[in-house]
Design a protein around this ligand. Structure first.
Ligand SMILES: [Ca+2]
Length: 130
């Protein structure tokens, strides 16, 4: 709950540009100076520019009651850029290389993380089923 409030405030102050995660806030997190996946907030999905949770990081907090099975577009700033992911939500997240949850996909289990999404998916992820 605390992180959800924080992320809402940050998103509002950042003029909420192109928050393509419908119903979620895709918020710029502090740059991962020391790549530390444990710094991903509770109930959030954290997406990293590079493998091993390096580079620019953004996250979205999953609000309580967010409908399950929704296909969300990845913010245009991060489209075709993600290389590693932390899933601190209680849901399976299914990641796709094409828009509208089409094309090749893989599932990241609840409270799972992946230090490198692999060649098929690296810098290609475009949508995610939440
Ligand atoms: Ca990348």
């Amino acid at each position: 709950m605390t992180f959800s409030r924080i992320s809402r405030r940050v998103a509002a102050s950042a003029a909420a540009a192109a928050l393509a995660f419908t119903g979620l806030e895709l918020t710029a997190a502090a740059p991962a100076s020391a790549a530390d996946p444990s710094s991903c907030p509770a109930n959030a999905v954290c997406m990293y520019e590079h493998a091993d949770y390096e580079g620019v990081a953004v996250y979205s907090v999953l609000d309580d009651g967010f409908p399950s099975g929704v296909c969300a577009a990845i913010n245009s700033d991060f489209n075709d850029r993600i290389s590693s992911i932390v899933n601190n939500t209680p849901r399976n997240l299914i990641w796709y290389v094409d828009a509208d949850c089409q094309g090749a996909s893989f599932t990241l289990a609840p409270n799972g993380r992946i230090s490198y999404v692999g060649g098929t998916f690296n810098d290609r992820l475009t949508s995610v089923r939440i």
